[in-house]
Design a protein around this ligand. Structure first.
Ligand SMILES: [Zn+2]
Length: 445
């Protein structure tokens, strides 16, 4: 019955997907960037002056953006036929968004790269993303560059949040730099390198070397996008293979709806390992899935966001379903719920899975012989690591219990010896008394 319900839901989703009105094929529109034989690139370090950008721990975004921008400019200038400008060259410069676009227009920019670092309200998001204009040629150029940039960020080891558009209430581009550049017909990309407030990303941006690496990576993406070559670097990207345009789908509008389906089923329960396998099926016909989180208390508290396995934000091959394992604490009967999160950070909660068994490990399995051996080898100075399966506490308790019972055995032995000794003493006294009586009787006779 449950499977029939899921089947109907999937068919419904299939129909919705087939009827989705928003997609536009990139190969219907794409043609190479027109640079008039001379390429002018403008790099805009995000924020500046009193507009600090994100602040988290020791991170100050306006300074980070400037370091990346300078490194990107230096790297790009190693390629032939490129002129590179920064919109401003100090993190303390106050500059309006409009004047940044005005500057790009004044130098006849072929493309503007706006550099940023990200931070989320609840510190739960991680990964790298590119924002582009939702309109016309700026959308198409931006999308093509964005996909190259996503490949570069993936090579660095970052999680990908995709190439996206966002509109304001007036129906124009939400980000001012993209809106103003679009008005000047300048393709632009706003790069959010990573999230400074998430442990998954912090390691990518916590030193000057890391920031310089981002600058070099951004320059490499741009060089690949424009098909540049450099004698200094010994690279030639003039034949750089771009992604198959057939598989590219452009989203002309931001996805403002929650994922369409999110369902869970129990795949298996394993009491020996205290885990339950959950089969999750979730999808959104507007955008790929990006994260999931689960709850074992019926949705009151959730884990941090986890990466969606094999998520592919540019290739549209993100899987709709997979099985994942939940480790259940001793004595808990889990009530499982899952949140599935799409590329625009909108989520849908799944059905509730309850009626699962209370996870208690069978008593006889608390102390398997091989684990006892491990404990012995550790205590005798052997460095073999303890298995991290969460069952050390019961093992140690069992060893303490064993020690206690051995002590009890010694005590019983001691008591038995005492009783035997007392019995011997009493027997001797009785015998001595009898002897004394016999002697008295003999004297009387
Ligand atoms: Zn920023």
């Amino acid at each position: 019955m449950k499977k029939l319900f899921y089947g109907i839901c999937l068919v419904f989703w299939g129909i919705c997907f087939a009827a989705a009105p928003r997609e536009v094929r990139a190969d219907d529109f794409y043609y190479p960037p027109d640079t008039d034989g001379e390429l002018v690139i403008v790099i805009d370090p995000g924020h500046g002056g009193s507009n600090t950008g994100a602040i988290y721990n020791d991170y100050l975004e306006k300074e980070m953006n400037m370091t990346v921008a300078e490194a990107m400019k230096e790297e790009l200038e190693k390629y032939e036929g490129v002129t590179v400008y920064l919109t401003h060259d100090s993190p303390d410069t106050d500059m309006t968004i409009q004047s940044r676009a005005d500057f790009a227009n004044s130098v006849h920019a072929d493309f503007l790269f706006c550099l940023h670092f990200n931070m989320s309200v609840e510190n739960i998001l991680f990964g790298s993303e590119v924002w582009i204009s939702a309109f016309g040629e700026e959308n198409r150029q931006g999308y093509r560059f964005g996909c190259v940039q996503m490949e570069t960020m993936a090579d660095m080891g970052l999680y990908l949040r995709g190439v996206k558009t966002k509109l304001n209430e007036r129906g124009t581009d939400y980000y001012g730099i993209l809106r103003f550049c679009e008005e000047y017909d300048i393709p632009a990309a706003l790069i959010e390198h990573c999230h400074i407030d998430h442990e998954n990303d912090a390691g990518f941006c916590d030193s000057e070397e890391d920031l310089i690496s981002f600058g070099i990576a951004d320059a490499t993406s741009a060089a690949k996008f424009f098909g540049l070559h450099s004698d200094i670097l010994g690279v030639d990207y003039s034949d750089y293979p771009t992604r198959e345009t057939d598989s590219q789908t452009l989203y002309m509008q931001a996805d403002t709806s929650d994922p369409d389906i999110c369902m869970i089923e129990t795949s298996y329960t394993d009491l020996d390992r205290s885990v339950v396998g959950i089969a999750l099926t979730a999808c959104d016909y507007d955008s790929p899935m990006l994260y999931y989180a689960y709850s074992i208390d019926g949705g009151t508290t959730y884990t941090p966001y986890l990466a969606w396995p094999d998520s592919d934000v540019c290739g549209n091959t993100t899987p709709d379903s997979f099985v994942f394992e939940i480790e259940v604490p001793e004595g808990v009967s889990p009530m499982v719920k899952v949140k599935a999160v799409n590329q625009y950070d909108r989520y849908t909660e799944s059905n509730l899975l309850d009626g699962l068994p209370v996870f208690v490990k069978p008593v006889e399995e608390l102390l398997p012989p091989e684990q006892e051996e491990t404990l012995e080898s550790v205590s005798s100075g052997n460095a073999s690591p303890l298995p991290s399966d969460g069952f050390h506490a019961p093992q140690k308790t069992e060893t303490v219990r064993e020690n206690k019972s051995f002590f009890g055995f010694l005590m019983i032995c001691f008591f038995v010896v005492c009783i035997l000794f007392m019995a011997l003493l009493i027997t001797n006294l009785i015998m001595a008394g009898k002897k004394r009586q016999k002697r008295k009787e003999r004297k009387r006779k």
